[in-house]
Design a protein around this ligand. Structure first.
Ligand SMILES: *Cc1c(COP(=O)(O)O)cnc(C)c1O
Length: 496
């Protein structure tokens, strides 16, 4: 097996190992690390179908992390996907209304981010060992709600690390906020931002790439890394569940080997759906990757007009983890789809930063043909929750509902009969208020936490352990700051 190296999306000529890419998170030129080629799955689908989730994870990750030993990956996977996942196969597939729902929310924070963030701390520690890095790792993360908590859970009390999380003070659900501000762990710091997710993300990116900050950090024996989906170590574990979903349908006799499968993914930062693209590039038979947006439909506009334009109104929606106007991981897709044209990607990213928009050439649209795109309004999202519940008794969360709604519209418009998987990214409990209000208006005045027991009655699914006593836990983090104060806050925490 030949080695896979990683390089920046914005520059030619500089190659790093997987360990270096994971450890540093973002390339020094501000670009994202991408593999220099896509490894191919050499086992047949039938052979792969004999593997369980963890074995499959070891197999697929070994193809990318060629500087890690199989034993190292195996141990990391075993520690990541242990009993904190409450379903034996880590993920679950539920079929309702001729739609397959890939449930990725059985981890400690009830959202799909756990799939990658349970593993990332172990990959990071291995990466530090391999590169001889002795500095303390500071994880700096901007979150639209779910990443923050999943990263906090993953890194809490992990020796040799500190984790600092910024979240939009008014842009996350009450449950999400409560999950974060009650986080335990001596090395955890949680700060609200008086701004939206993009402000938080831009602030983090600026701190990351500020040479003065880097120098100060270095002098103090710290180094930054990222738990955001800009880190390739976040992306690669996500490839696994797309292959697993395919194999699971194969095992159940729902599809035959080689048959194509569509995936509809509720999308924000474009990390989850990009992992599906990676799986397809590795040989998974995929028909369409349907990118589902909420009212912040910047990606829908991009796929339909070839123009990415962030200059628009920002909406806070009932699917807040998708309330994003700058989808960072799209940069990786641009790189791959432009046949590795780093100079061009760099120019687009400059335009996005300075002008707020860029346009890709018509001929590139062909390379993006595997993608379809749609969006759901708030009313459509609620209607989807109602429809699925009334017809099948299955309760889906608001993000999953966006994808379900988009898939319905896509199938109606195109007549595409390819079997389809909706990626279910969060437990309905995580967004209990909006989910129940979609069913019945009367819940609008009920306290978010009181709704847990209402939901238990309605859904017949027990309140998940990680949120069972959430409202009783003490608040341990109270700091709020303006976006421009972020560097100062980080300096204070680290004593720079
Ligand atoms: C993060 C998140 C998304 C969006 O995923 P991206 O990888 O950012 O596109 C969708 N749904 C939920 C519940 C999330 O937490």
């Amino acid at each position: 097996m030949s080695a896979i190296n990683y390089k920046s999306t914005r520059q030619e000529g500089h190659y790093v190992t997987a360990a270096e890419a994971i450890l540093t998170g973002i390339a020094p030129d501000g670009g994202l690390y991408v593999p220099t080629r896509f490894p191919q799955m050499e086992k047949t689908l039938e052979e792969l179908a004999a593997l369980d989730y963890r074995q499959l994870a070891v197999y697929l990750l070994s193809l990318y992390l060629t500087d890690f030993t199989e034993a190292e990956i195996k141990e990391a996977v075993a520690r990541a996907y242990d009993a904190k996942f409450t379903t034996p196969q880590v993920a679950r597939l539920e079929t309702k209304n001729e739609t397959h729902f890939l449930e990725l929310f059985h981890g400690p924070t009830l959202a799909f981010k756990d799939m990658a963030l349970a593993l990332l701390p172990y990959l990071l520690k291995l990466a530090a060992q391999k590169t001889g890095q002795k500095k303390e790792i500071v994880i700096l993360t901007a979150t639209s709600g779910d990443t923050g908590k999943a990263a906090l859970e993953g890194f809490a009390d992990v020796e040799g690390t500190k984790i600092i999380v910024f979240f939009p003070e008014h842009g996350v659900s009450r449950v999400q906020k409560r999950q974060m501000v009650t986080q335990k762990g001596k090395n955890t710091y949680v700060i609200g931002i008086e701004g939206n997710f993009d402000d938080a993300q831009n602030g983090v990116k600026a701190i990351f790439t500020d040479p003065v900050m880097r120098q100060k950090l270095d002098n103090k024996g710290y180094m930054f890394s990222s738990a955001n989906s800009i880190n390739i170590g976040r992306l690669l574990p996500q490839v696994v569940y797309y292959v697993w979903a395919y194999l699971e349908l194969l095992r159940r006799g729902e599809i035959v080997a080689g048959q194509k499968l569509n995936f509809c993914v509720p999308t924000g930062n474009f990390g989850n759906i990009l992992a599906a693209y990676y799986a397809q590039q590795m040989g998974l038979p995929v028909g369409k990757l349907i990118c589902a947006s909420n009212k912040n439909k910047v990606l829908y506009d991009f796929f339909t007009t070839q123009i990415y334009d962030r200059k628009r109104e920002f909406f806070v929606t009932i699917s807040p983890s998708m309330d994003i106007l700058i989808s960072s991981n799209l940069e990786r897709l641009l790189y791959h789809a432009s046949q590795n044209n780093a100079a061009q990607v760099r120019a687009w990213m400059e335009e996005l930063k300075n002008k707020g928009s860029y346009e890709i050439p018509a001929e590139m649209a062909a390379a993006l043909k595997i993608f379809a795109a749609g969006f759901a309004t708030e009313a459509e999202t609620k209607a989807a929750i109602r429809e699925v519940f009334e017809t099948s008794g299955y309760l889906i969360d608001t993000h999953t509902a966006v994808a379900y709604s988009v898939l319905q519209k896509y199938q109606k418009q195109t007549g595409d009969k390819t079997p389809a998987v909706v990626v279910a990214t969060a437990s309905p409990y995580k967004f209990s208020k909006d989910v129940l209000c979609a069913l019945e208006e009367k819940f609008v005045h009920v306290d978010d936490f009181a709704l847990f027991s209402e939901m238990e009655k309605i859904s017949q699914i027990k309140i998940p352990a990680p949120i069972r006593d959430l409202e009783k836990r003490p608040v341990l983090h109270q700091k709020v700051c303006r976006p421009e104060e972020m560097p100062q806050v980080v300096s204070e925490i680290l004593g720079l």
